[in-house]
Design a binder for this molecule. Sequence first.
Ligand SMILES: Cc1cc2nc3c(=O)[nH]c(=O)nc-3n(C[C@H](O)[C@H](O)[C@H](O)COP(=O)(O)OP(=O)(O)OC[C@H]3O[C@@H](n4cnc5c(N)ncnc54)[C@H](O)[C@@H]3O)c2cc1C
Ligand SMILES: NC(=O)c1ccc[n+]([C@@H]2O[C@H](COP(=O)([O-])OP(=O)(O)OC[C@H]3O[C@@H](n4cnc5c(N)ncnc54)[C@H](O)[C@@H]3O)[C@@H](O)[C@H]2O)c1
Length: 488
Amino acid sequence: MQERHVDIAIIGAGTAGLSAWHTARQHTDSVILIEGGEYGTTCARVGCMPSKLLIAAAEAAHQARSADGFGVKVGEIDIDGHAVMARIKRERDRFVQQVLGSMQRIDKADRMEGHARFETPHVLLVGSHSRVTARCIVIATGSRNDWPDFFDAAGDRLVVNDDIFDWDSLPESVAVFGPGIIGLELGQALHRLGVRLRIFGNGGSLGSLEDDALRDYADRTFNESFYLDPEAKVEAIEREGDQVVITFIERGTGQRLTERFDYLLAATGRRPNVDTLDLDKAGLALNDKGLPYFNRFTLQCRKSDDIPGHVFIAGDANHELPLLHEANTQGRIAGDNAGRYPALRAGRRNVPLAIVFTEPQIAKVGANREEMEQRCGGCECIAMGEASFEDQGRAVVIRQNRGLIKLYAEHGTGQFLGAELFGPRIEHMAHLLAWSLEQRMSVNRMLEMPFYHPVLEEGLRSALRDLNAALMQGPAITERCMEHGPGD
Ligand SMILES: Cc1cc2nc3c(=O)[nH]c(=O)nc-3n(C[C@H](O)[C@H](O)[C@H](O)COP(=O)(O)OP(=O)(O)OC[C@H]3O[C@@H](n4cnc5c(N)ncnc54)[C@H](O)[C@@H]3O)c2cc1C
Ligand SMILES: NC(=O)c1ccc[n+]([C@@H]2O[C@H](COP(=O)([O-])OP(=O)(O)OC[C@H]3O[C@@H](n4cnc5c(N)ncnc54)[C@H](O)[C@@H]3O)[C@@H](O)[C@H]2O)c1
């Protein structure tokens, strides 16, 4: 067994781990990065990037198909599954290569391969070959797909996002379980690429939507294109030959149907990779899910004697906000504090921002409703403003006039608090709103910003004006078009 003594050990060479490594190195040369799986990060290999490549191909097919609505005839659409998957893999590999290139710049002596787990609070066992003793440890082990046992009946026809991006071509049919973020993004993309699809949910949730009206609107909108049941009644999952046979009660008709699919895609959530770290030997206080308690500003874990310790946790591993930009920020804070330990600094955390790349897109900015209410003292202090995209000028022009947005602000101060959005190209508006929230802007101030014409952001202005009226800080909208131009 090889013995290593280092200042800082980082477990996981994903986005959070790499960002922790670079920041920790600003404090000390004695940092080791331990990776137990494949280099290249989840984002580049099987997450953000290949999923967006699949979505981009699907958008191209959708645009071609809907060109007819503009009077542009493109004839029959022919989707070459091999070519679609070849481009996805080619571009995906380039993204992975970029990450691997930056990995190469980390000296081999500062890297170690093997699965790490705690032997004692300061000692890690890596594979069966090394023992690493560290002054501080950063856990950046990411997350993995999680699914209920009864999906296992599908055998090797049970797939997760990782598998999809290795397909050589597109299958004829897929049953997606989980209308969450992954299920909606990949499900809609597969549907647009001609794959027969049904999406089965559990408990009624849809994407990341919290607001009932938005969820119902999104549910109706998606169901105009493909079958989606957020509260599915699935009676059986069986394997027959090379197919998965699913028996379910069809939404709407109430009929019991038995259908065959090439694959069952499990998109039922992800669980943090902390269960194989032997955290009981790390001396950390753990919650009922086995996750360490940690401070979100320092990323420092609490020890079982309730004293903050020398272990930090960043990225999907802590399950706080399993998103790429969060993994990056958290890794930076954790690496910095591991370097400074025990004299820590509170890191700068951005306001929550999440975007789902469906069409229409879904986005959330700021705290969720419950947290907002708690922050505002549980009183009836929150005003809401909304706007629909159905008759919004630019949205009509581009034939993407589906969507509804809801914005929230605090009575009295008029301060903008957050938003839930479902609509066309919402990713850009979500950024404007997140930046406004970071600046702690009031709704009045946001309305003083310039709005071009004709743009989708005019829909955002309508919602802001509605919100201002609800705050009793501005007039209610009476004649929209007359004030700002047609279709504002
Ligand atoms: C399909 C999909 C699409 C996504 N799309 C988006 C998107 O569009 N935008 C967005 O913001 N986010 C997206 N995400 C989420 C984003 O990819 C993750 O939040 C982010 O990659 C997490 O980074 P991480 O560093 O925490 O984990 P990872 O990048 O997974 O790194 C963790 C590393 O730790 C290693 N490891 C685990 N256990 C051990 C151990 N015991 N010892 C040694 N090494 C270990 C793993 O092998 C892995 O390399 C998507 C995720 C998926 C799955
Ligand atoms: N655009 C992005 O930023 C992006 C894209 C993909 C993934 N991600 C990240 O990955 C994380 C995981 O995504 P996810 O979609 O796997 O999780 P999720 O939590 O978003 O969705 C899981 C869904 O599965 C449903 N479900 C649970 N058990 C089920 C069952 N037995 N049958 C049917 N449905 C069931 C849930 O009700 C929920 O709708 C996200 O939280 C997100 O942070 C982000």
